[in-house]
Design a protein around this ligand. Structure first.
Ligand code: PLP
Length: 390
C-alpha cells in the first residue's frame, strides 16, 4: 500500500479529470454526449505560428536545454506586446519570465510565497488551481466571495479585517473563469489599494485578456499606479492564439516576485522548448489582431447560449469576456444534480459550479469551445427538453 502525503490525500479530485470520467461513462452507456465542459479552443493555432515552429524545430541549436528564464528575444517580445497593448513598460531581463503555460507559473509562485498556515485569498467561484496550489503548499485558502448582485466583482469589505491582516497573497482573475465577468481600471485600483493597506501580494491572472465582448478592452493590473510594487501578472498564449496544447505563457511585473518564481522554476523545470518560444515570438509580434476574429466567434456563440436559456427561468449575467457562460440552476437542483441531469437526460455535459468553490453552488458553467453545429444541437436539446422550440 502506497502511503501518500497528506497534502495529496486531502486534495479533491481535479475537477476536469472527474468531468472526463463522467463523460466516458455516459459515452459507454451509449449516450451521444456533447461536451460544453472544458474550456479548450476548438479553432486551430494560426498557420504562421505552426510554420515557425516547424522551421525552428529543424534547427539543432534549439534541441538543447533552453535558458531557464526564457530566450531574451521571447521576453522582449512579451515586453513589446505589453507596451503596445497596455502601455506598460517592462524590463525584459528583470520583469518578464517565460512559463510552461500560466498554470505552471501560478502553482510555482505559491510554492515560492506560501508557508504552512499562510492565508491566501482566492476568488470564489474561481479557477480551481488557486485553491489547489494553496493546499499543496499547506496554506489556507480563504474565499473572496463573488456574487451576482455585485456583478461577480469583489467587495473588499466582505473580507473580515482580521483575515485581511493575516493574508499574505491574493489571486485575482478577470476576465473571470468561470463567471465571464470583467473588471475595469477603477476596480483594479480598489484591489491594489486594499492589497497595499494590508500588505498582500497580488497574483493577477489575465489569461483571457484578449477574449472580451461588446467592445470592452481588458486592462492589465500593471496599468494601475503602484501596482508593480506588489503585483505579478500571469498570461499565456493559450487562449489568445488557440495554443493550449503548446504550453507557453509568461509572468510579468514586480522584479522580486519574478525572481522568487524564477528560483522555484530553476530548481523544478528546465524551461520551454526554444522552437516554441520562437513560434510564440512570431505570434506576439506579427499576429496581434488574430484574437479579434476569435472574439467574433465567441461572442456569436455566447449570444446563442443566452438566447437559448432566455425565458427558462434561469438567471444569467451576460458574460463580458472568456468563452464561458455562467448559468444559475433551476429551483430545486444543486449544481451537481443539474449537471448530472443534463448529461443523463439530454447528453449535454456542463461543469457544476460547486467545482469552482462554495459560492459556485447554484450555477453551472457552459463552455462554448465547440463547433457551432454541435453547440446548436446542444442548445436545441436544452430548448426541446425544457419545452421551448422557438
Ligand atoms: N488561468 C485561468 C483562469 C484559466 O482558466 C486557465 C486555463 O483554463 C489558466 C489560467 C491556465 O492556462 P494555461 O496554463 O494554458 O496558460
Amino acid at each position: 500500500m502506497i502511503k501518500k502525503a497528506k497534502r495529496i490525500e486531502n486534495l479533491p479530485p481535479y475537477l476536469f479529470a472527474r468531468i472526463d470520467q463522467l463523460k466516458e461513462e455516459a459515452i459507454n452507456r451509449g449516450i451521444d454526449v456533447i461536451s460544453l465542459g472544458i474550456g479548450d479552443p476548438d479553432q486551430p493555432t494560426p498557420m504562421p505560428i505552426v510554420q515557425k515552429l516547424c522551421e525552428e524545430a529543424l534547427n539543432p541549436a534549439n534541441h538543447r536545454y533552453p535558458s531557464y528564464e526564457g530566450l531574451l528575444e521571447y521576453r522582449q517580445a512579451v515586453a513589446n506586446w505589453y507596451k503596445y497593448r497596455f502601455n506598460v513598460d517592462l524590463d525584459p531581463k528583470k520583469e518578464v519570465l517565460s512559463l510552461i503555460g500560466s498554470k505552471e507559473g501560478l502553482v510555482h509562485m505559491i510554492w515560492g510565497l506560501v508557508d504552512r498556515g499562510d492565508i491566501v485569498l482566492c476568488p470564489d467561484p474561481g479557477y480551481p488551481v488557486y485553491r489547489i496550489s494553496t493546499l499543496l503548499a499547506e496554506g489556507e485558502p480563504y474565499s473572496i466571495p463573488l456574487k451576482i448582485e455585485n456583478k461577480f466583482l469583489p467587495k473588499w469589505e466582505d473580507i473580515p479585517t482580521e483575515i485581511a491582516k493575516k493574508a499574505k497573497v491574493m489571486f485575482l482573475n478577470y476576465p473571470s473563469n468561470p463567471t465571464g465577468a470583467v473588471i475595469d481600471k477603477k476596480g483594479l485600483e480598489e484591489a491594489v489599494k486594499f492589497a497595499k493597506e494590508y500588505d498582500i501580494i497580488i497574483l493577477y491572472d489575465n489569461a483571457y485578456s484578449e477574449i472580451t465582448f461588446d467592445g470592452f478592452v481588458a486592462p492589465s493590473i500593471l496599468e494601475i499606479d503602484g501596482a508593480k510594487d506588489i503585483a505579478i501578472e500571469f498570461n499565456s498564449l493559450s487562449k489568445t492564439f488557440n495554443m493550449t496544447g503548446w504550453r507557453i505563457g509568461y509572468a510579468v511585473g514586480n522584479a522580486d516576485l519574478i525572481s522568487v518564481l524564477s528560483t522555484v522554476k530553476t530548481n523544478v523545470d528546465s524551461g520551454v522548448f526554444q522552437a516554441i518560444q520562437y513560434a510564440a515570438i512570431e505570434a506576439l509580434n506579427n499576429l496581434r489582431d488574430f484574437s479579434k476574429e476569435s472574439v467574433k466567434i465567441y461572442q456569436r456563440r455566447r449570444d446563442m447560449v443566452l438566447d437559448a436559456f432566455k425565458g427558462m427561468g434561469v438567471e444569467i449575467l451576460p458574460p463580458k469576456g472568456t468563452f464561458y457562460v455562467w448559468v444559475s440552476v433551476p429551483e430545486g437542483f444543486t449544481s451537481t444534480d443539474f449537471a448530472a441531469f443534463l448529461l443523463e437526460e439530454i447528453g449535454v455535459l456542463v461543469v457544476p459550479g460547486i467545482g469552482y468553490g462554495d459560492y459556485g453552488e447554484g450555477y453551472i458553467r457552459i463552455s462554448t469551445t465547440i463547433s457551432e453545429d454541435r453547440l446548436i444541437e446542444a442548445l436545441k436539446r436544452v430548448k426541446e427538453f425544457f419545452g421551448r422550440d422557438d
